[in-house]
Design a protein around this ligand. Structure first.
Ligand SMILES: O=C(O)CCC(=O)C(=O)O
Ligand SMILES: [Fe+2]
Length: 228
């Protein structure tokens, strides 16, 4: 298992981008995994979104609040049965606020930048829940279907992955490869909000079953869409 022998350090790979290893305790991770299992069933089922070229993504996704498909948000899941996705629960909004406080408002810690976004002004109205089975990955992209520049809060559970975090102008170098493990928090906002990022691979077999997920990886991103 990676990252268990030595504590991993908090870091700021780019201005406004903060990695906080091991932020979620096991009990919180188990609660999130349970919730994800329910959301994956419905009201809109988890599915692999289809890219404009016709290929399904290797990652499976279910959304809360707004339904996302490449590359737009809609109220109804027109590519997945036409239903309306579940709301973002209040406990997840509160977790998002705590995540921002942790990332940007911890004096003396990497990432300290309280001017980027006030936690109390952070009300994510959508969450994308991605499941990476062995072999799934995500190409370099920007999260730019939102009309708001509010930070993206990312939570990871299960297998460790290599998360590639780059720059705002090109999907190529310079970028930093970071291991995101179970319970890790990653926030990108301010000057890094529209940076390219992706997941070249996950590391099968690295999940700790005590978190409720014995194989694969869950990633949840909380976002403010700025849509009405
Ligand atoms: O899985 C991750 O860590 C990143 C997911 C992501 O970039 C996205 O859903 O837009
Ligand atoms: Fe993304």
């Amino acid at each position: 298992m990676t990252g268990t022998l030595f504590p991993r350090d908090r870091s700021e790979p780019a201005p406004g981008a903060v990695h906080v290893p091991g932020w979620l305790d096991h009990s919180t991770q188990r609660g999130i995994v349970d919730a994800c299992r329910q959301w994956a069933i419905g009201p809109v089922p988890m599915r692999a979104a289809v890219l404009p070229g016709g290929h399904p993504m290797s990652v499976q996704t279910v959304c809360l609040g707004w339904h996302w498909q490449p590359y737009k948000y809609t109220r109804t899941a027109d590519d997945a049965g036409g239903g309306r996705v579940a709301d973002v629960p209040d406990w997840l909004v509160q977790l998002g606020r705590r995540a921002l406080a942790e990332a940007y408002a911890a004096p003396g810690q990497a990432g300290y930048a309280p001017e980027i976004w006030k936690p109390e002004d952070y009300t994510p109205d959508t969450a994308l829940i991605n499941y990476y089975a062995h072999g799934a990955h995500m190409g370099m992209h920007q999260d730019k279907d939102e009309k708001s520049a509010a930070p993206v809060v990312s939570l990871s559970i299960g297998d460790t992955c290599i998360f590639r975090f780059g720059n705002t102008s090109t999907r190529t170098k310079p970028y930093t490869d970071i291991e995101l493990g179970s319970g890790d928090l990653f926030v990108f906002g301010g000057p890094s909000r529209f940076a390219y990022h992706g997941v070249p691979k996950t590391l099968p077999g690295t999940a700790d079953p005590d978190t409720g997920l014995s194989s694969g990886r869950i990633n949840i991103t909380l976002r403010m869409t700025g849509l009405q």
